[in-house]
Design a protein around this ligand. Structure first.
Ligand SMILES: NC(=O)c1ccc[n+]([C@@H]2O[C@H](COP(=O)([O-])OP(=O)(O)OC[C@H]3O[C@@H](n4cnc5c(N)ncnc54)[C@H](OP(=O)(O)O)[C@@H]3O)[C@@H](O)[C@H]2O)c1
Length: 258
């Protein structure tokens, strides 16, 4: 498909930050399977290349565009939205998925780790939504979905990074504030808060991951999968959720129950 070609009428234009790994990669697969056109990004050229190789048919058909870039950088956010504007002129679904954990502890984390955590998990979702809003305005049923976490809802001792928990708590409030601000424009804004999903985020912390699942996933100690999260995201992006806005849906096997 050439840059200016109009997408098939049922094809939605999807933008997913951080689609090269874990939950984001699951979201890319789910939206491609649903027949949509997906734009995504990651900082590592190697993982972007791996994603492109995995989905080479979709890339060749113009249904997957994966860019190398950092969503905490304004210049990259502009580049991404310029590409969306040029290719499609609209955006149906924005998924703010990219996230990091930079440290652990409460008094042990450095201010630099706090800044990186807040920049990626909280400020970038705001800034990307801000810059995408004019494109969302051009869609028939636009939706923003923020990837939150069970960690944002209670100071669980199993959530070892305080900056991460605070960022996700802030993201939940951002979801509600954006829903309020964008509702009159017909843009819905929701969140999905997973429990433990096995991914690169847990690299080096596998023992804590297994303990967390054993202690907090009351629903049969089952690990949440990227496909479980994608099912919730696809629901929130669908017409079935047309009056759902300002809410965060837990997909956590009961993590947040108490
Ligand atoms: N795994 C869990 O248990 C869990 C639970 C609850 C919530 N979540 C949330 O779910 C989301 C996805 O997590 P995950 O487990 O799938 O993590 P992951 O496997 O580490 O994937 C994170 C993705 O985000 C990208 N990314 C990170 N920082 C970025 C930046 N500044 N700019 C662009 N891309 C960036 C990464 O690629 P590069 O590193 O190459 O940039 C990667 O593609 C996060 O928001 C996370 O907080 C995860």
């Amino acid at each position: 498909m050439t840059a200016h070609e109009t997408p098939a009428s049922s094809e939605r234009i999807i933008c997913i930050s951080g689609g090269t790994s874990g939950i984001g990669a699951g979201l890319v697969a789910a939206f491609l399977d649903a027949g949509d056109r997906v734009y995504t990004c990651g900082r590592s050229p190697k993982t972007v290349a791996a994603l492109n190789a995995h989905w080479s048919d979709a890339v060749a058909a113009g249904r997957l565009v994966a860019l190398i870039g950092d969503v905490t950088e304004a210049a990259f956010r502009q580049q991404l939205t310029a590409r969306l504007a040029q290719d499609a002129g609209r955006l149906d679904v924005l998924v703010n998925n990219a996230g990091v954990i930079c440290g652990s502890g409460t008094l042990e984390e450095s201010c630099q780790q706090w800044r990186e955590t807040l920049e990626t998990n909280l400020i970038a979702p705001f800034a990307l939504t801000q810059v995408c809003a004019p494109l969302l305005d051009q869609a028939a049923a636009p939706v923003v979905i923020n990837l939150s976490s069970a960690c944002g809802q209670h100071p669980f001792t199993t959530c070892t990074s305080t900056s991460y928990s605070v960022a996700k708590a802030g993201l939940d409030m951002l979801t509600r504030r954006l829903a309020l601000a964008l509702g009159p424009r017909g843009i819905r804004v929701n969140g999905v808060a997973p429990g433990v999903v096995e991914s690169a985020m847990w690299r080096g912390a596998e023992a804590i991951m297994h303990t967390t699942v054993a202690q907090r996933h009351v629903l049969g100690q089952q690990v949440v999968t990227a496909a479980d999260v994608a099912a919730a995201v696809l629901f929130l992006a669908s017409p079935q959720a047309r009056l759902v806005t300002g809410t965060t849906l837990n997909v956590d096997a009961g993590y947040t129950l108490g």
